[in-house]
Design a binder for this molecule. Structure first.
Ligand SMILES: Cc1ncc(COP(=O)(O)O)c(C=O)c1O
Length: 365
């Protein structure tokens, strides 16, 4: 069976190194707020190119805390994409703000800048572009066109660790960058974890307190906060895996290139668009096709996994509809929900298996 995603090979390669680090953590028994947490924050700030990186418990918390630190609240509108994981809009809704959708581009699967510009009004306080599937959205160009620094930009980098635009890493361009370390992510830990990157001292100070019960000094609480700490075990694993992120992202690119070479000319199949300004890190390799279900079944028959990210455009989700009942049709987002298919991709997927997957798809009549 070729899985759509598999961590076992990676773990087998990194096992000794990870176990060594875990032994040190267990012998020190410093499970919360230990030295690995401090160093992963420093290492990620350095890697992304921001002054600060603040760890937390998940990508969802990273988005939530970012919005709160930028003073987004009741009555504010936040523009984002309807073609993403639910967390992006959950974070907005936790604060009583309103998610406003702007449709996506079909080629890149990312939010369409021109659609964003149409949705901006006096209530717009922030925009959350998602660098979906590892394909970076051109945040720089958006910021230039908006030309209004009162509209905050929160980059959802959950699926794009290591990706960049114009030689700058995603997560360093907007007001904050939000990362998830969910195990399947390009940089994933072995549980839940998240990180916020920022150059803003103000946002840094707010988020530092928010993630730790509203306190900067033990048992002194300035605000009501949350328990959202990255633990030492996850931080130790991330410190090991961070050393390999560029190599592993390149292995993903290599696999994506094999898919591109083999599938681009097939009638009925659209392969993901690379941009000339960005470095795509292929968190997913997602095609779209009007015979999507047939392809999925054929792959399954040949013991090849695949997945649909995302089967429902967010404006149609019950949780959203019950609150806002947005009747707009986000045509491209809906089209992709019915036609997208993510093929197997992970750094240690053997190339001959990628070729086999391509052959199965090529032979679909
Ligand atoms: C685009 C996007 N944003 C946010 C998140 C939330 O991350 P987490 O699962 O760590 O809360 C995810 C995770 O799947 C995601 O894919």
């Amino acid at each position: 069976m070729i899985q759509q995603f598999d961590l076992k090979k990676e773990y087998a390669i990194l096992e000794d190194e990870i176990q060594n680090e875990l032994k040190k953590v267990f012998s020190k028994t410093n499970f919360i707020g230990g030295e690995n947490v401090v160093s992963i924050e420093n290492n990620i700030a350095k890697y992304i190119g921001t002054k600060y990186a603040i760890s937390c418990n998940s990508g969802t918390d990273a988005l939530h805390f970012s919005l709160k630190s930028l003073d987004i609240g009741k009555g504010d509108e936040v523009i984002t994409t309807p073609f993403t994981f639910i967390s992006t809009i959950e974070a907005i809704m936790y604060l009583g703000a309103k998610p406003v959708f702007a449709d996506i581009e079909l080629g890149s699967y990312n939010i369409d800048k021109n659609e964003i510009l149409k949705k901006i009004n006096k209530k717009t306080k922030a925009i959350i572009p998602v660098h979906l599937f590892g394909n970076p959205f051109d945040v720089k160009n958006l910021i230039k066109d908006i030309n209004d620094s009162s509209i905050k930009i929160i980059e959802d980098c959950a699926q794009s660790f290591g990706s960049g635009i114009y030689c700058q890493r995603v997560g360093s361009i907007g007001d904050t960058g939000c990362f998830s370390f969910y195990p399947t992510k390009n940089l994933g830990c072995y549980g839940d974890g998240g990180m916020i990157t920022t150059n803003s001292e103000e946002a840094y100070n707010v988020i530092r307190k928010l993630k730790n019960h509203g306190s900067s000094k033990r048992y002194h609480h300035d605000t009501i906060g949350y328990n959202s700490r990255l633990d030492e075990i996850q931080a130790a694993i991330l410190n090991v895996k961070l050393k390999y992120i560029d190599q592993y992202n390149m292995m993903r690119v290599k696999i994506a290139n094999i898919y591109n070479d083999n599938l681009s000319d097939i009638e009925n199949i659209f392969t993901p668009k690379k941009t000339d300004y960005g470095h795509h890190v292929y968190h997913q390799y997602t095609i779209s096709s009007n015979i999507r279900d047939k392809i999925m079944k054929k792959l399954e028959k040949n013991s090849i996994g695949s997945a649909i990210y995302y089967p429902v455009s967010l404006e149609k989700q019950k949780a959203f509809k019950e609150v806002y009942n947005d009747k707009t049709i986000y045509k491209n987002s809906n089209y992709l929900s019915s036609s997208c298919l993510s093929l197997p991709i992970y750094p240690h997927l053997p190339e001959d298996e990628v070729h086999k997957i391509c052959e199965v798809i090529k032979n679909i009549k």
